[in-house]
Ligand binder design. Structure first.
Ligand code: GLU
Length: 313
């Protein structure tokens, strides 16, 4: 017997998903990383998991996709665990930008020229450079191991096709990184920093992996299924705050009003979100709106959150 609330969700979910499906036609699959354009345009899937380990799924929840910017939440947490708050926030700020995720505008406009926050590319590239490890390999391995533990899935791996595709074409991120070096935020070999960044963006997951990772955040850093404390509560609090204020790019304010949950999206169409103490949620819908978020995925989360009265505000 499932707990009553998740049973209600199980009954309603197919209807909510159905109602969101028309939105896929309004979105566009990202193509600036050429390999991402191969994702199925009309896919939409969701998995929700509660601390008892009960889960409900609908649609294309088994689709594999790369984490892209969703990984930024966890590299931030790992960098905080490696270095502490003071060291991390001497290199990256705490404020939303209102600009596109890959914008470098404010690096020149505002002094000191450190990235505004760890959820935009400039901030996340800086965070990648702070992960402990002697080599890009060691840093990347530590990130992958951390994500495997959070997802309770030892099979997580990189999608090397997406990695190479981004590494071959990522000139804007290269410019950002060189600009950061010029500003004294990054040092050393820029290609090595970018290798770590592109690799963690290319980690392949499905909705269940995201839901389980989100569940750990929902439970303040403990995995309710194993009882293991994986993240200090303070660092979950910091990540949760960034997710709420800048996790959905320059649509974070709108998402806070319409859905009201901490969330992070990626250009592959994934969204990781959670209801504090109650559910970890993973969504995929590769067709994006003009702010870079899954068109149908946001619509679906809006329906569920409204119906279940989940807004934290
Ligand atoms: N790897 C992607 C990039 O740097 C991540 C972007 C995203 O998901 O927002 O462009």
């Amino acid at each position: 017997m499932m707990s009553p609330e998740i049973e209600t969700i199980r009954q309603q979910l197919p209807g909510w998903l159905e109602a969101s499906l028309p939105c896929v036609g309004r979105g566009k699959v990202a193509s600036y990383i050429p390999e991402l354009s191969k994702a199925p345009h009309d896919a939409l899937g969701i998995t929700l998991m509660n601390p008892q380990g009960e889960s409900v799924t609908a649609g294309d929840c088994g689709l594999r996709f790369t984490m892209q910017s969703i990984s930024k939440v966890f590299t931030l947490i790992l960098a905080l665990m490696d270095n502490g708050e003071d060291a991390v926030f001497s290199k990256v700020g705490m404020e939303p930008t209102g600009d596109n995720f890959n914008s470098m505008l404010k690096l020149e406009l505002v002094r000191p020229g450190i990235p505004f926050n760890p959820m935009i590319n400039a901030g996340a590239i800086t965070v990648s450079s702070l992960i402990r490890g002697e080599s890009p390999n060691e840093k990347s391995d530590r990130i992958l191991q951390f994500l495997k533990e959070l997802a309770g899935n030892t099979d997580l791996e990189y999608d090397l096709g997406v990695y190479r595709s981004e590494s071959d074409t990522g000139n804007l991120n290269r410019s950002i990184a060189f600009f950061l070096k010029e500003n004294g935020v990054l040092s050393g070999d820029i290609e090595k920093v970018l290798e770590v960044y592109f690799l963690h963006c290319s980690i392949a997951v499905d909705c269940a992996d995201l839901a389980r990772m989100a569940l750990v955040l929902a439970c303040n850093g403990s995995d309710p299924l194993t009882g293991k404390a994986l993240i200090p509560r303070r660092y979950v609090q910091i990540a949760k705050t960034f997710m709420t204020t800048c996790g959905m790019y320059n649509a974070s304010g709108e998402f806070a009003i319409q859905v009201g949950l901490p969330a992070k999206s990626g250009v592959s169409g994934g969204i990781l979100t959670f209801v504090p103490g109650r559910y970890g949620i993973g969504v995929v819908g590769p067709a994006l709106n003009n702010k870079g978020n899954s068109y149908a995925g946001v619509h679906l989360l809006q329906s569920i959150s409204r119906e279940m009265d989940w807004s934290i505000f």
